[in-house]
Design a protein around this ligand. Structure first.
Ligand code: AQP
Length: 328
């Protein structure tokens, strides 16, 4: 297989259906067409303060969700970023090639540091670590949500700059932008992305929410004033968001859903939506519970780190040699 993908979900909060729709459900599809490296970017999570016990728990949980959702660990490498030290080593090499000015232009840094008295320097340099994550595996494609486009552009610039200065070393990755699920918005506010770190618990449905909680959260989700079930992000963002969630979870095109609910009110649609989500999540939750504290998960992660390390160290060595660092 000559197409590679690298992607992951940060253990910075409990996983919700935004991360499932925008990332995890897509990962499951990609494994058939690409050689895949799915990692848990724990080093990215610690760019903002984390409770150590919660971080450890969430890291295992994200890995368990990968498997519970259907990623086959015998086909794709599943591993923890901090288990493969080549990530931080390559990040340092790339930091020597990134300029302070270009990192300062990253809008996510501006957003995340906005209004804070103090932020870590790692939050500032984290796009370079992300570039290292991608370039280590010579990824040809990277799935990106809207908010990660700028970081992927930086990755491409760094790869091109490095190749130009030191000779062909890195594959320049292409973005893989999906149409459906690339923007799942909050249930309380369709102008804001459904986010793990949102303190408002009713803004998201968690992957581990029990069925009744899921039903309640969808019943309370905001809608728009005009009452037809129709997708129009400009004038009906709240309902469009719910239709998008339905589409991801039922694996059905938006048009089919719109036809099915033509003439129906929001109440029926929201009830059905909750059932579609419950039907998808219950089996994932069951598998998750079997695996999350198991030795099997430890073994999968160890094997994944081994497989990832082989590829990562090969690239790292080439990058070091290209820069004139002595290797043996
Ligand atoms: N609501 C979403 N809609 C579509 N895609 C989403 N993703 C996350 N939330 C949504 C996509 O999932 C991938 C992994 O994201 P991440 O967890 O590593 O980082 P994030 O995008 O920063 O997620 P959060 O939930 O917003 O975390 P916090 O609050 O900690 O920053 C990415 O491809 C992302 O686009």
């Amino acid at each position: 297989m000559n197409k590679q993908i690298l992607s992951g979900i940060k253990p910075s909060g409990d996983l919700n259906i935004g991360g499932y729709g925008g990332a995890l459900s897509q990962f499951v599809q990609y494994q058939h067409d690409f050689e895949c490296f799915f990692f848990v970017p724990d080093l990215h999570a610690i760019t903002v303060p984390q409770d150590p016990q919660q971080l450890a728990r969430r890291t295992r949980e994200i890995a368990a969700f990968y498997i519970a959702a259907g990623i086959d660990p015998t086909k794709s490498a599943i591993f923890l970023q901090s288990q493969v030290p080549a990530h931080t080593e390559l990040a340092w090499l790339l930091e020597t090639q990134a300029s302070f000015g270009e990192l300062g232009r990253m809008t996510q840094f501006k957003d995340k540091s906005n209004g804070k008295e103090s932020v870590s320097s790692a939050l500032f340099t984290y796009p370079v670590l992300m570039a290292a994550d991608i370039l280590l595996y010579q990824a040809t494609h990277v799935p990106v949500g809207e908010d990660q486009k700028q970081h992927l552009e930086l990755t491409r610039n760094l790869a091109e700059r490095f190749n130009h200065r030191f000779g062909e070393t890195f594959v320049v990755p292409e973005p893989l932008i999906q149409d459906i699920g690339s923007r799942i918005m909050g249930l309380d506010d369709p102008t804001k992305k459904m986010s793990k770190s949102n303190p408002n618990l009713s803004s998201y449905v968690l992957m581990l929410d029990p069925p009744d909680t899921i039903r309640k959260k969808f019943a309370r989700a905001v809608t728009d004033s005009e009452s037809s079930v129709r997708c129009d992000w400009d004038t009906k963002p709240a309902v469009s968001n719910l239709i998008e969630i339905y589409s991801v979870f039922a694996n059905e095109p938006v048009e089919i859903i719109e036809k099915r609910y033509a003439g129906e009110g929001y109440g029926t649609f929201k009830k059905d939506l909750a059932e579609v989500v419950v039907d998808k999540l219950v089996p994932i939750q069951e598998k998750f519970k079997e695996i999350v504290d198991s030795r099997e998960l430890d073994d999968i992660l160890k094997r994944g780190a081994q497989k990832a390390s082989e590829k990562a160290y090969d690239t790292l060595k080439r990058a070091k040699q290209a820069m004139g660092l002595v290797t043996f």
